[in-house]
Design a binder for this molecule. Structure first.
Ligand SMILES: *[C@@H]1O[C@H](CO)[C@@H](O)[C@H](O)[C@H]1NC(C)=O
Ligand SMILES: *[C@@H]1O[C@H](CO)[C@@H](O)[C@H](O)[C@H]1NC(C)=O
Ligand SMILES: *[C@@H]1O[C@H](CO)[C@@H](O)[C@H](O)[C@H]1NC(C)=O
Length: 723
């Protein structure tokens, strides 16, 4: 995922923009027309109430529901109480509509970069589609094949693979036989994988051919595993060299299992809504991963609720799927798409755009081939898109930059005045001259983007709104709440919040006295975010203690999950996440420091690519580990005449540390941080923090414990040396 921004650093984005459109006309238009329109500005719109207070069984806290629904939503339509029922009914209803699309591999080659590293480049063809009817038959065949293969229906099946069509087919197939699926993040390490498979007693593992190769080295530690099924659609499996000498596993290809099932049909054995559909292993920020048990009812409720938010969702839509399906956000999104009869085209983060790392030069990326109308993203990707576009604009300079800035300001004014769409002619003009090129990066037809996984900054949200010309539905939720908690509404022009409760859940704030957040706070009630309703999952697999700690059932029988996030309700009922319990440290003199808040502020320095603030409760100040931006720091070093062999040597230079520290102090001051919130000492870390390194999650959130562990000596030194 980290590489997906590759496509947005295409140096030709703004090229020819100015040349091909009348420059003088543009500037005149940009200056005069707005002036004219400003005169006819009308007054402010009335604020729409999106969330309203609701009484819940539990006296504790302050609860809110979606204003559009007085009762919680549980199903998208009557009778669709399980994912299996939802799938079957949707496939019947849309049987002739395209459902899953995959690009055929035309060829694959390796290029060697200047430094000797080898890169894979692929040339991918057009999307090949299968209809809802065809996919339904494949899922049924797979289900039968699985039973014929000897899988015991009372044991679980694990899927460990990159996102692809067969993932969803295997998933639906298992539900035809009431089999629980275990999913595991592909970015989790070997130990986490072994732990998850062992804890859930997996006898059948479904994986892609890339993962298949890795299994060989850990086979001796997978005692219970009997069957391995691998996806053989990418043309590499046949030569994967997976020899049969690995214990006594039965290794079959996905198509073999489908064929077996087609020849030996087995009666379906459908689940009920309270049966566990998925045990989803997520990276805990500490220790071993936890398996969250989701019922069919949980996932269906989230899907039903999200469907009410995306405007005019239907079979005319095309969704680009590329985020990991082992993550609840992507899984929920694809179930939503399936329920609405949307066509889902599969891609990957490394092949997303024409200039993505893995795309062969001169051939098309997934987005420009698919021309999707909908896609899901995570904030880290959108931040990079924004930075990429801004860098382009900066690099172009001159007139192109001026035009972009005027166009952006004009659109911003229109959007912020909730004028979305009202500026007919001017909007068309700016779209043509500035934004069309940027939009074409993602195929040019995006009409709605879903964003989740972490909070999105208001600036980025605006930027993407304007440049992509589409609203962003920002979702807030956790694996434990099956994603569904809050979702911003597309007609809401405001940023900086995560929307009102989804119709499937209530959101409650509970005072956290110790941390200083109370529901009686003015002007807005604040407290720990607690989520209740149909999307609240059944708890952690094999861990009753932890389950009891964070899940509660109230006297009316409603399940609530305590998130550990701190939030506040805006006057219109939208939730704003302002902090995280875990990330607040009480310093020696009793002040509370919010690490996340300080980090967000310090990210404002150009030098900072990533940063982790660390506060030792035995001191009265904080320190920080900073991953500096290579480009910015190197440019500074050159200008300052600093000599160095490589980047890590530069990071150790006192001058470099001093320069970055000074920049941080400046940013801290501008953000009105207190003295104890400004890092007293910093260390520059040359290496990037990536999900592969285990220092950030798949959604690029910091894994504090892991980072702290890796740099523990440095942190000790930072405290020793300071003041
Ligand atoms: C698998 O789990 C069992 C207990 O259920 C434990 O005794 C065993 O050591 C585990 N094996 C591995 C490889 O983790
Ligand atoms: C595989 O099966 C054979 C015979 O069925 C048995 O002797 C052998 O111990 C098994 N190997 C493993 C690694 O389980
Ligand atoms: C589905 O499987 C679970 C676990 O094996 C079982 O408890 C449940 O009764 C099954 N559901 C139905 C409807 O048969």
């Amino acid at each position: 995922m980290a590489d997906s921004e590759g496509g947005f650093s295409d140096p030709s984005i703004l090229e020819n923009l100015v040349a091909s459109y009348g420059v003088v006309g543009a500037v005149v238009f940009g200056a005069l027309v707005p002036l004219l329109f400003s005169i006819i500005l009308v007054g402010k719109k009335k604020v729409k109430q999106r969330g309203v207070p609701v009484e819940v069984g539990d006296e504790l806290g302050f609860a809110m529901r979606n204003s559009r629904y007085t009762e919680l939503v549980e199903v998208p339509w009557e009778g669709a109480t399980t994912i299996a029922a939802l799938f079957e009914q949707s496939c019947t209803k849309h049987s002739r509509d395209p459902f899953l699309g995959t690009r055929k591999l035309i060829n694959r080659e390796f290029v060697t970069a200047g430094d000797g590293r080898k890169f894979e480049k692929v040339h991918l063809g057009e999307y090949q589609w299968e209809t809802y009817g065809e996919i339904f038959n494949r899922a049924c065949n797979f289900a039968s094949g699985l039973i014929k293969l000897g899988h015991n229906v009372d044991s679980h099946v694990a899927i460990f693979s990159d996102t692809q069509a067969e993932w969803l087919i295997a998933f639906q197939g298992c539900f035809r036989q009431n089999i629980t699926i275990v999913t595991i993040y592909a970015s989790l390490g070997e130990d986490a994988l072994i732990h998850s498979l062992n804890e859930t007693q997996i006898s059948t593992l479904i994986c892609d051919s890339k993962q298949l190769k890795k299994l060989a080295s850990i086979s001796s530690r997978l005692e219970i595993l009997k069957n391995v099924i691998y996806f053989d659609n990418d043309g590499t499996a046949s030569d994967s060299g997976f020899s049969g000498d690995l214990r006594n596993w039965t290794v079959s290809s996905f198509s073999e299992v489908e064929k077996l099932g087609k020849e030996n049909p087995v009666h379906p054995r459908l689940p009920s809504k309270t049966d566990i559909a998925v045990v989803m292993y997520t990276s805990g920020s500490t220790g071993l991963p936890k398996g969250v048990m989701m019922t069919h009812g949980n996932i269906v409720a989230t899907a039903a609720a999200v469907m009410t938010v995306i405007p005019e969702l239907g079979s005319k839509d095309i969704y680009l799927a590329y985020l990991p399906l082992a993550h609840v956000f992507e899984l929920a999104a694809e179930i939503v798409m399936m329920s609405a009869g949307v066509a889902i085209g599969y891609g990957s983060a490394l092949t997303l755009t024409d200039t993505s790392n893995k795309i062969k030069k001169g051939t098309k990326g997934d987005a420009s081939m698919l021309k999707p109308t909908l896609m899901a993203t995570v904030p880290a990707i959108l931040d990079r898109v924004r930075d990429g576009v801004l860098k382009q604009v900066e690099a172009k300079g001159g007139l192109a930059k001026k035009l972009f800035n005027i166009g952006y300001k004009r659109r911003l004014a229109a959007v912020e005045g909730s004028w979305f769409g009202a500026w007919g002619l001017e909007r068309v003009f700016w779209d043509a001259i500035v934004f069309k090129k940027i939009r074409s990066l993602l195929g040019g037809r995006i009409r709605f983007m879903l964003c989740g996984g972490a909070p999105l900054s208001g600036d980025t949200q605006r930027f993407i709104n304007i440049c992509m010309g589409a609203p962003i539905g920002q979702g807030y939720g956790l694996t434990e709440t099956c994603a569904g908690a809050t979702f911003t509404e597309p007609d809401d022009p405001n940023v900086g919040h995560v929307g009102p409760p989804l119709p499937c859940a209530f959101i409650k704030l509970v005072s956290w006295e110790e941390g200083g957040y109370k529901t009686s706070d003015k002007p807005m009630p604040r407290g720990e975010v607690v989520i209740g309703g149909f999307s609240i999952t059944a708890g952690y697999f094999n861990n009753e203690e932890k389950t009891k700690e964070v899940y509660k059932v109230d006297e009316r029988g409603m399940r609530w999950f305590y998130t550990g996030d701190i939030g506040q309700f805006q006057p219109n009922g939208c939730l704003e996440i302002i902090d995280r319990k875990k990330d607040i440290v009480k310093l020696q003199h009793g002040e509370y420091i919010s690490l996340g808040k300080v980090e967000a502020a310090l990210m404002g320095s150009n030098y900072v690519d990533n940063i982790m603030v660390y506060a030792d409760p035995l001191h009265n100040y904080c320190v920080a580990l900073v991953v500096p931006s290579h480009q910015v720091l190197e440019e500074w070093a050159e200008a300052a005449g600093i000599k160095y062999k490589d980047f890590s040597e530069l990071c150790n230079k006192e001058e470099a540390v001093g320069e970055v520290q000074q920049s941080l102090s400046k940013v801290a001051k501008a953000a009105k941080l207190d003295k104890f919130e400004t890092p007293a000492k910093i260390k520059l870390v040359a290496e990037q923090w990536t999900p592969e390194s285990g220092l950030v999650t798949a959604a690029l959130k910091l894994k504090r414990e892991q980072i702290k562990n890796k740099f523990k000596d440095d942190l000790v030194k930072l405290y020793e040396r300071s003041m």
